[in-house]
Ligand binder design. Structure first.
Ligand SMILES: [Zn+2]
Length: 652
């Protein structure tokens, strides 16, 4: 989905000394939405936070200026842009349809339409050169809890979520909770309050089940009689207008039954979710537990959940948390732990983003072949890695140039004349683009053994595989990532970055990660690379692909008496393919293998790569051999096979 930018009007209001605010418009479906983008004044790319407000009329200015409307003031207190701008984040918000400068009617839209608008906003920002697209995140409160999860689960650009007082059950269930809590605060006895909650849910469930208008009205009147003496506008029968609208607009009706847990189980980016123990509008108990369970199920390790016992729905210190108490307030101020939690969350997960405002610690130019190699140390803490970094970069470039038979090439076919390396400090991660590698260094180990060195060796390989010659589409992601990781592990062993004594264990860890991956045995390796699935199937794509690379290397060596290897296939791809008009697909890999070995690999790929059959790793690596290797009895293995295993597993 691409957004049509109707016009970009640069109006400069001054938010504070260091920000420039620009009014823009973007399109979401038939809606023309008015947005407000605040950019830190410093030149360069900025990480960005998109603000998703709760229910009700909220203007795009709410977060930058408190305004006079209470709903705006309330949003300002918890979503103050100045706080985020200070941390180096750009901020983006927009008028809901029918609010401020956006035409339409927000009251007629569902949470699904709000999610579409959020996606359109993300799309708009991906076209802005001032925005660092590798770091876009969401902040949202209350009703945003039905908007953000599906977007965070499905849109790769979303890199973090800050959820404030967000629900983990349906709109109907949360409304019923609000009714129950309000009745309790009014002093209604608890059995009656519980009954009110149940009857409210029943009223909606029967509507969904398709009762007639007459039946619905009769049932509502019966329910009202059961709760005689209790103020009960919520239990009133549906008006004919509402009834007709809801029963003919299935999408709208279903939105009331949308449970965000469905998408929370698919979110793998860092999440900070905060709940107020005295929240009477969104159930903090089911919220906290729902987030905890769903994100654990997602395998998400980067989750921070907070329940502030004395805070209400808007994170302010409260006595009862009732709507009346909130309404009676003249000023809104969240408890101090609220902002501290946001700051800590962003610093913990995105230290480099927050550090981008700081001056570069050091820049160093060196040469390799005819290329200028520029190392930019973004953080003082990266300097202690300098020697090691340079060493690994040189050794990788030398080894890969030899393996592929040439330097990496640009789109026009010319060899690279430079490569820029940006070095950050933080959680292990990396990225490769043409003539560019970014790497985060630090002391951590991923899965207990993968270090920043292995990540760097991996990314440098991508300068050839992915950036010089490229896969046609997502279906060959398994090969792109798998072969790259295969060579990264081999080189890490060769360079002594990974312990050589544990070489066999490194492969068995990968095997177990593949076998326990989401989708192993049911999703094919090709399909697992689909953009919307790649994150949830990361282990399948990466470790499955890695094992296929290992098997291919063994097979090529086996059929050629160890005269040829996967290196020759990589070299063949480098020679015959590029990233413009000759990208490779599975068919090309089959042709390359046929030329190298004289064998047809089609049946193997059909079953295990195009199909979802588990890779028969045991057939290619026998337990007996691995035991012999482990026990130092490698000489007992037949000579050619021994040489193959040594080469493939990088044994000394
Ligand atoms: Zn990669």
């Amino acid at each position: 989905m691409r957004v049509l930018i109707q016009f970009a009007l640069i109006v400069v209001l001054c938010l504070n000394a260091t920000a420039v605010v620009e009014k823009i418009t973007f399109r979401s479906g038939t809606n023309q939405l008015a947005g407000l983008l605040a950019l830190p004044e410093r030149i360069g790319k900025h990480p960005v936070v998109l603000f998703v407000p709760g229910d009700g009329p909220v203007s795009k200015e709410a977060f930058s200026t408190p305004g006079t409307n209470r709903n705006d003031q309330l949003h300002h207190s918890v979503g103050k842009w100045a706080r985020f701008l200070d941390m180096g984040f750009a901020c983006f918000a927009w008028d809901k349809p029918g609010i401020g400068e956006s035409p339409g009617d927000w009251e007629k839209e569902t949470v699904f339409e709000r999610a579409d608008q959020l996606i359109a906003a993300i799309d708009y920002l991906t076209n802005r050169t001032e925005i660092d697209q590798s770091l876009m995140g969401l902040w949202g409160i209350s009703q945003a809890g039905w908007v953000m999860p599906s977007v965070a689960a499905e849109i790769d650009e979303v890199k973090f979520v800050i959820a404030v007082s967000c629900p983990a059950q349906t709109i109907v269930e949360e409304s019923a909770y609000l009714i129950e809590q309000q009745l309790l605060k009014q002093g209604v006895e608890s059995e009656k309050a519980t009954l009110a909650r149940e009857l409210y849910i029943r009223k909606w469930v029967s509507l969904r089940a398709g009762v007639s208008f007459g039946e619905a009205t009769r049932a509502a009147m019966h329910n009202q009689r059961q709760l005689a003496g209790v103020e009960q506008p919520w239990l009133a029968p549906f008006t004919r207008e509402d009834f007709n609208m809801l029963s003919t607009n299935r999408n709208r009706l279903e939105s009331f039954f949308y449970n965000p847990l469905r998408h929370l189980t698919e979110i793998n980016v860092p999440v900070l979710a905060m709940f107020g123990g005295k929240d009477t509008q969104v159930n903090p108990g089911t919220g906290f537990e729902g987030y905890k369970k769903a994100l654990t199920q997602a395998g998400n390790r980067n989750v921070i959940l907070k329940e502030f016992k004395h805070a209400d729905h808007v994170m302010a210190a409260a006595k009862t948390g009732s709507l009346e108490e909130i309404k009676a307030r003249t000023a809104f101020r969240p408890i101090p732990e609220y902002w501290i939690s946001i700051q800590e969350f962003l610093e913990q997960h995105f230290p480099t983003a927050l550090g981008r405002d700081r001056p570069v610690a050091k820049q160093k130019d060196t040469r390799f072949a005819n290329m200028n190699i520029r190392l930019t140390f973004k953080d003082r803490r990266t300097l202690e890695y300098e020697l090691n970094l340079e060493n690994i970069i040189r050794r990788s470039l030398a080894s890969y140039t030899n393996l592929f038979g040439g330097l990496p090439r640009k789109e026009n076919g010319n060899f690279y004349d430079y490569i820029d390396f940006d070095i950050y400090y933080g959680n292990i991660s990396g990225e490769a683009d043409p003539q560019f590698v970014a790497i985060d260094v630090g002391p951590q180990k991923v899965f207990g053994y993968l270090t920043w060195e292995t990540a760097l060796i991996h990314e440098i390989f991508h300068l050839w595989s992915a950036e010089t010659f490229r896969y046609k589409d997502y279906r060959e992601q398994w090969f792109n990532e798998g072969a790259t990781e295969y060579y990264a592990i081999k080189h890490a062993l060769r360079f002594g970055v990974l312990d050589r004594a544990e070489a066999v264990d490194v492969w068995s860890r990968s095997l177990s990660m593949y076998l326990t991956a989401n989708g192993a045995g049911s999703v094919s390796l090709r399909e697992a690379g689909r953009k919307d699935l790649k994150r949830q199937n990361y282990f399948l794509v990466c470790h499955g692909g890695l094992l296929v690379a290992l098997i291919l290397d063994l097979e090529i060596r086996h059929f050629t008496q160890n005269q040829r290897s996967l290196d020759d296939l990589m070299r063949w791809l480098y020679k015959n393919h590029n990233r413009t008009n000759k990208m490779y697909g599975l068919d090309d890999i089959v042709v390359g293998l046929q030329q190298l070995t004289g064998r047809d690999f089609t049946p193997f790929f059909s079953r295990h790569v195009h199909g979802s059959d588990i890779l028969p790793v045991g057939k290619f690596l026998s337990r007996m051999e691995l035991e012999a290797i482990r026990e130092g009895k490698i000489d007992e293995i037949e000579a050619t096979r021994r040489e193959i295993l040594k080469a493939v597993l990088e044994l000394p």
